[in-house]
Ligand binder design. Structure first.
Ligand code: PGA
Ligand code: ZN
Length: 421
């Protein structure tokens, strides 16, 4: 039985130039797995704890040296000599060692880096691609579905200084036959959008997730640009729109400030309904603030039969919050972020709970990313059918799409691709 022989963490930088945790995990036969954790900007308050040192003299307080010590010390001590065979056992050993509800003792960034590196090492021992190894480990049949990419080509909110309230305006190639053509459509629309914005006198520098960050006055103006780009690139009717409003970020004291217009929760709901009447908007993430359960449920009651309504900060990849949302029909889709919960097994539990209740599961990057492509493998291995991993620029974003192109090639004739909408 192959066992863990060495675990080593180091501090590296994420795509925003902030420190994050990378782990190398070695097995007794010499096999090795490496993984790095991402980091959010518009983080939900209910997420597992990302441990940062807080010493302003080092990386402005953002260093992760304690998390690294936790990996190299206590986590390595309990896992050395343990079998790599079962991911749940490995994750449970770390959960027991941490013994807090939100991983505040060891840090979710410390635990997750080890959890993902263990998956990579196991795939190595098994001589399987990571997506196949994940599918086998978690009993998923037919890991052959390439996810629908939701490509965030206009950045706002906390991810840009554009002033736009909605954090992400995405294009979704629902009418395209295969994954590589979907990426081609995304790239052509992205570059067409660049010309349109330039012609209109807007800046074409990009935000944290590689989308443009023009100082448009409203979501409507952003959508008009997107539709124009889709049309001019020749994809009319084949590419639809999605947003991540990330509404917690424009919510204070019971009111939502949407591009300068103050709205109550129910006025915001009506606003989304009217946007859906006007635009081909098929997916809305975090429509309301993270504890405005009634606002979400109201929108779901009104348009949930025909629109995907995704909970991100609302659900934080946490099975208890997801179960509550299932029971109360709060949303019909769950955003999946590994570092919101902090282990691979718990992330898989969140996906399978959603899938068992006919909620869609959208695997997601964070706004602070690394070159790690784990989420591309997770989306295929767990057959989630959707991924959002940014725009068609910046290597921290396109490396995930590139990995999916490789998987599509590996799958050959077995590759499936279909619209969940
Ligand atoms: P974050 O943004 O990584 O900054 O939280 C991504 C999202 O909200 O989906
Ligand atoms: Zn979000």
């Amino acid at each position: 039985m192959t066992t863990i022989s060495r675990i080593h963490a180091r501090q590296i930088l994420d795509s925003r130039g902030n420190p994050t945790v990378e782990v190398d995990l070695e097995l007794d036969d010499g096999t090795f797995g490496r993984s790095a954790v991402p980091s959010g900007a518009s983080t939900g308050t209910h997420e597992a704890l990302e441990l940062r040192d807080g010493d302003k003299a080092i990386y402005l307080g953002k260093s992760v040296l304690k998390a690294i010590q936790n990996v190299n010390g206590p986590i390595a001590d309990v896992l050395k000599g343990k079998s790599i065979a079962d991911q749940r056992t490995i994750d449970q050993i770390m959960l027991d060692l941490d013994a807090t509800p939100n991983k505040s003792s060891l840090g979710a960034n410390a635990i997750l880096a080890v959890s993902m590196a263990a998956c990579r090492a196991r795939a190595g021992v098994e001589h399987k691609p990571l997506w196949q190894s994940l599918a086998d480990q978690f009993d998923v049949i037919n890991p052959t579905l390439l996810p629908m990419p939701m490509m965030n080509v206009i950045n706002g909110g906390q991810h840009a200084d554009s002033g736009l309230s909605f954090q992400e305006c995405m294009i979704i190639p629902t009418g395209i036959a295969n994954f590589s053509d979907a990426i081609r459509a995304g790239s052509e629309i992205f570059h067409t959008l660049q010309s349109l914005l330039q012609d209109a006198g807007y800046t074409v520098s990009v935000g944290d997730e590689g989308g443009f960050a023009p100082q448009v006055k409203s979501g409507e103006e952003a959508f008009d640009f997107l539709l124009q780009a889709i049309n001019r690139a020749g994809y009319t009717g084949k590419v639809q729109l999605g947003i991540d409003a990330a509404a917690s970020e424009f919510y204070t004291d019971g009111k939502y400030d949407v591009d300068g217009k103050m709205m109550t929760s129910s006025e915001l709901t009506d606003y989304y309904v009217s946007l859906c009447d006007t635009y081909p908007l098929v997916s809305i993430e975090d429509s309301h603030s993270e504890d405005d359960w009634d606002g979400f449920a109201d929108l779901t009651a009104k348009i949930g039969a025909h629109r995907q309504l995704v909970g991100d900060d609302l659900l934080v990849t946490n099975v208890e919050r997801i179960q509550k949302a299932i029971d109360a029909k709060t949303v019909n889709s769950v955003l999946i972020k590994l570092n919101q919960i902090g282990t691979v097994s718990e992330t898989v539990d969140a996906i399978t709970l959603a899938q068992a209740h006919n909620l869609t599961a959208v695997v997601s990057h964070r706004s602070g990313e690394t070159e790690d492509t784990f989420i591309a493998h997770l989306a295929v291995g767990l057959r989630t059918g959707q991924i959002k991993t940014g725009s068609l620029s910046r290597t921290d974003r396109v490396c995930k799409y590139n990995q999916l192109l490789r998987i599509e090639e590996q799958l050959g004739d077995r590759a499936e691709f279909c619209s969940p909408f």
